[in-house]
Design a protein around this ligand. Structure first.
Ligand SMILES: [Zn+2]
Length: 118
């Protein structure tokens, strides 16, 4: 079982930001930048090609809401959405990265970011 299925099943603790019946969003434990967030479907889909369209749309909409919340609380200067498939995809469970970018970044720990966001 992959790490995201374990997180969804509650076997691995996470810095949860959002949850509904379809998706879970949480902070990446190895962030590129402050507020680096992952959004995953609760049902296991390996990648962009096998995820169903309704779930894909939902992930994107939730991503937009989370991006707005991150902007309010972290005041990033830009944000990138990234989604890897096949080669370069570390976890074979669909995930969308939200990666805030800063002109001047004071890099904080995941714990510190979580305390700002929760
Ligand atoms: Zn999985």
């Amino acid at each position: 079982m992959d790490i995201f299925c374990k997180i969804i099943n509650g076997e691995v603790p996470t810095y949860k930001l959002y949850e509904d019946e379809i998706v879970l969003a949480f902070l990446d434990v190895n962030p590129n930048h402050n507020g680096h967030t992952l959004i995953v479907p609760k049902k296991h889909y390996e990648n962009f090609f096998d995820i169903d369209e309704e779930t894909l749309r939902h992930i994107l909409l939730i991503g937009k809401n989370i991006a707005k919340e991150l902007k309010e609380k972290l005041n990033y200067d830009g944000i990138s959405l990234c989604q890897n498939n096949g080669y370069g995809q570390e976890v074979k469970h669909f995930h969308l990265h939200l990666i805030p970018k800063y002109e001047n970044e004071n890099k904080l720990s995941v714990e510190e970011i979580y305390n700002i966001l929760k």
